[in-house]
Ligand binder design. Structure first.
Ligand code: PCA
Length: 210
């Protein structure tokens, strides 16, 4: 059976919630789709999150890795297209680490493209009424770092696809949010289902000026 690993994060930056972790917990409780699902909630720690993700990949050998995190200013669900080999933290992580201009993986390539079908994912989310767009920057904090590690660990490994999805604040926490945490959980199920049935991403319009 196909195996999928989906992760979210604990709260950070003084917040008391992180909708990515909450949505992944909801997904774990409701998933009945065509893959064995392993979920985990990662620490917002450059070292801790990368180590946890790599040991989950080593242990479970997933065919699909979908890491998720909060990008509070986004207007919808945003699959990330690219991870850069750069840790440049504006604030300390939950362990107090604040790398500046450091590589995520010394000696590794400058960047990796997501191996998830990001265009198909956006198309399917929009068809389901979920606001979504392709993002071309996962930032330079722990989320980008985890995405880079996921792709460094899996790129070129036959049959394994990986990537990252940023989610916005939800109506459970912000009055002006456009989705609920339950909506995000359903969206993550769609992301996984689309990935499982889309081996090659179709060339759909989805570029951006920034
Ligand atoms: N968002 C942060 C790290 C953890 C999270 O949920 C980020 O975008 O880097």
């Amino acid at each position: 059976m196909t195996r999928a690993l989906v992760t979210g994060f604990v709260p950070f930056a003084g917040d008391t919630a992180n909708p990515s972790g909450d949505a992944v917990r909801l997904l774990a409780a409701s998933w009945s789709g065509p893959a064995a699902l392993v979920t985990a909630i990662l620490p917002v720690s450059f070292d801790g999150a990368a180590a946890a993700l790599r040991s989950l990949i080593d242990e479970h050998r997933p065919d699909v890795v979908i890491a998720t995190g909060l990008a509070g200013d986004r207007g919808g669900i945003t699959p990330e297209r690219i991870a850069v080999n750069l840790a440049d933290a504006r604030i300390p992580d939950n362990d107090g680490a604040q790398p500046i201009d450091a590589p995520s993986v010394p000696g590794a390539p400058a960047a990796f493209f997501a191996t998830l079908p990001v265009k198909a994912i956006v198309a399917d989310l929009r068809a389901a009424g979920v606001p979504a767009s392709v993002s071309h920057s996962a930032g330079t904090f722990v989320c980008n770092h985890v995405m880079f590690h996921a792709l460094h660990a899996t790129t070129g490994v036959a049959g394994v696809r990986a990537g990252f999805v940023h989610v916005p604040w939800t109506t459970d926490h912000r009055a002006d949010a456009v989705v609920s945490t339950a909506d995000v959980a359903r969206a993550l199920a769609l992301v996984l289902e689309t990935t499982l049935r889309t081996p090659v991403d179709p060339p759909l319009v989805g570029g951006a000026l920034s």
